[in-house]
Design a protein around this ligand. Structure first.
Ligand code: PRX
Length: 630
């Protein structure tokens, strides 16, 4: 499954295009199936519908756990590093993880969870989060992990959308110096939940906080597993049975519950993990993401465990107790593959270099980034200081919807190059297209990025909204549209230039502008608002809100805080705006559409080149907004 030379890459790539079914069939044969598939691929772009390994039956956790017990039973599966370096780490061998997962799977069953039920997981980065995910998969329940930084409202929306039956949470969590209450947020969420679908809440005690336990609904984790067996027969799943739902922001409306299914996701996460990180048996792999995002699903839990790897889970933040924490952990466990976000690198490079130099990073063989474009300066710093000038960087491009890494370099096979993510993995057929949806051939080329052939881990739908799935991703012909713009150079390398829709990537988090504007607009003093992104040194992009008020405001600073407080409460702190400018109007077309292109330029500090604004309904407003720009 592992590509070692460029010749192999070229050969495999060709094979994957000429005979995709043969290519994927061979890879799929390396897994444990309860029943082999009948058809490798059936698809219809128009419907749209994609079926991989139809007729095949399996359980993904047998492939993550049972399959490794003979050879790797005593090998560390998960190494958990706590927030506080003074607290002891927890190491779970494959055998221990197998038992914990089985035990909790039985506990879920005892609470009435059945195959197909949705389970919401709102947990901090503790081993129980990975155990919960796998326990759901063991019994065929569909997990919906919600990042534990989301507010009660956001949590309620997600619980309601998927009509979850059970919520798994903790009393609280530690992040740096802070102790966060999670159970209280769940309580609020369930109070405002409109469906009332949640029957049980299982609560892990992580921080010893006082929490309210509702009789009949809330159960402590330790009671839930008391007297439960640590062997659990894995449910038989069809390859296309949903494995999980994970919410991601769209440019409009409520978050999209992206659906991933079992067989194809399993194969693609393993295949991409092994190739992109060139993982060798015995290596220690660390991805710093949170399991609340797709990166954590695919490359902390599923990919590494499917590949029989040792995967590190880190509870804390990069700057606690100081900004050398990442490097201290790399030294402590002799990490071989390190995978993080550009925003973390940009934040850490601002600190004295002694915080890096204090640690031995010589174990590193591959260092990676994900989530947003990595700017050249950060790339060069990463390579020089973390990679000792020689360790290959993988700048991996992918999305919640793609399930796994699609465009990247491969260490020692395809060379890294700053600002270019790289080439498609074999099996992935990217294309660029222009405004009339026509494919752009050759190079240099610049256009919208799409994938023109199905791949096993592609999203199969949006929970409860097939129409939106179709509209968002399949409106430009027989291809999957990514929402990103990209360039292609003479080496056939792709450079991702950013979103072409109203999604803004802030610190690697995908934020849709419309839901944040909706929150701002509910403030009694606000008439209308428009949010755009502008370049930010650490975050990559930050949010700039232009807000029209009813009348004058006495204390703009207080209003700024109030609006951001409301955003934090209703959505979560990551969606707060760095700048809020109060304006008398917004530039609009004659049909009433806000000209975001102009606002983006203003927010980025440009003073000219606004194009033809004479056709605007209110061209004079542009000057006025520039004059009072923040
Ligand atoms: O714009 C691209 C950006 O992140 C988006 C996907 O966000 P999300 O679904 O949250 O998944 C993030 C983790 C996979 C993409 O549409 N993006 C992701 N990776 C890169 C990137 N932009 C540039 N370079 C990357 N390596």
């Amino acid at each position: 499954m592992k590509i070692k030379t460029v010749e192999q890459y070229v050969d495999l790539y060709r094979k994957s295009v000429q005979d995709p079914e043969g290519f994927w069939g061979e890879i799929a044969s390396e897994f444990q199936w309860k029943k082999k598939w009948d058809r490798i691929l059936e698809y219809d772009w128009k419907k749209p519908e994609f079926k991989w390994f139809g007729g095949g039956e399996l359980n993904i956790t047998e492939n993550c756990l049972d399959r490794h017990l003979d050879e790797k039973g005593d090998q560390a599966a998960i190494i958990w590093e706590p927030n506080n370096p003074g607290e002891e780490e927890r190491i779970l061998s494959y055998r221990e993880l197998y038992r914990e997962v089985s035990r909790f799977a039985n506990a879920l069953k005892r609470q009435g969870v059945q195959k197909g039920d949705r389970v919401c997981i709102y947990l901090p980065m503790i081993p129980e989060l990975a155990i919960s995910v796998l326990a759901c998969a063991r019994i065929g329940a569909i997990h919906s992990v919600v990042f534990a930084g989301f507010s009660s409202k956001s949590l309620a929306t997600r619980i309601d959308d998927a009509t979850c039956k059970v919520v798994l949470t903790a009393d609280g969590g530690y992040r740096g110096k802070k102790t966060i209450g999670l159970k209280a947020i769940v309580d609020q969420a369930l109070e405002i939940s409109e469906t009332g679908s949640v029957e049980k809440v299982i609560v892990y005690n992580r921080t010893n906080q006082d929490v309210v336990m509702l009789e009949g609904r809330d159960i402590w984790w330790k009671d839930a597993i008391a007297g439960v067996e640590d062997q659990c027969q894995a449910e038989t799943m069809e390859a296309e049975d949903p494995l999980f739902i994970l919410y991601t922001s769209g440019s409009t409306g409520k978050p999209k519950g992206i659906i991933h299914t079992t067989g194809g996701y399993m194969i693609y996460t393993t295949y991409s993990f092994l190739n992109v990180f060139q993982y060798d048996p015995g290596d220690i792999y660390w991805c710093t993401a949170d399991i609340g995002w797709i990166t954590g699903h695919s490359y902390i839990v599923y990919g590494p465990l499917l590949a029989g790897a040792t995967t590190i889970m880190f509870e804390g933040v990069p700057t606690y107790p100081d900004a050398g924490r990442f490097w201290q952990i790399v030294e402590k466990y002799k990490v071989n593959q390190f995978y993080t976000a550009p925003t973390a690198i940009r934040a850490l490079m601002k600190f004295p270099i002694e915080l890096v130099e204090a640690y031995d990073l010589s174990s590193l063989k591959v260092i990676g980034t994900v989530g947003e474009p990595i700017n050249e300066e950060a790339w060069v710093w990463y390579k020089k200081n973390i990679g000792n000038g020689v360790v290959p960087i993988v700048d991996t491009w992918w999305q919640t919807e793609t399930g796994g890494i699609l465009i990247t370099t491969i260490p020692e096979v395809l060379h890294d190059h700053p600002t270019f993510a790289g080439k498609p993995l074999p099996g992935i057929q990217p294309m660029l297209f222009d405004e009339s949806a026509k494919e752009i051939d050759g190079f240099p080329a610049s256009g919208r990025l799409a994938i023109k052939f199905p791949w096993p881990s592609m999203a199969r739908g949006i929970w409860g909204n097939l129409e939106r799935y179709k509209e968002t991703y399949f409106s430009f012909g027989d291809r999957y549209f990514t929402g990103d713009g990209a360039l292609r150079n003479e080496r056939d390398y792709y450079r991702i230039t950013g979103r072409v829709d109203d999604v803004i990537i802030v610190s690697g988090h995908n934020l849709g502008t419309a839901p944040i504007e909706d929150v701002i607009n509910t403030h009694p003093l606000v008439v209308e608002s428009a949010i755009v992104g502008y370049p930010h040194e650490v975050k990559g992009n930050a949010l700039y809100a232009f807000v029209i008020l009813r009348g004058d405001v006495d204390n703009p600073e207080a209003l700024y805080k109030e609006i951001n407080g409301k955003i934090a409460q209703d959505i979560g702190p990551i969606s707060k705006c760095d700048k809020i400018q109060f304006v008398p109007g917004l530039p609009k077309t004659r049909s009433g559409k806000i000209m975001r292109r102009i606002l983006r330029k203003i927010a980025s500090g440009e003073t000219s080149d606004f194009g033809d604004i004479s056709t605007l309904l209110n061209p004079e407003i542009v000057e006025e907004i520039i004059r009072t720009r923040l």
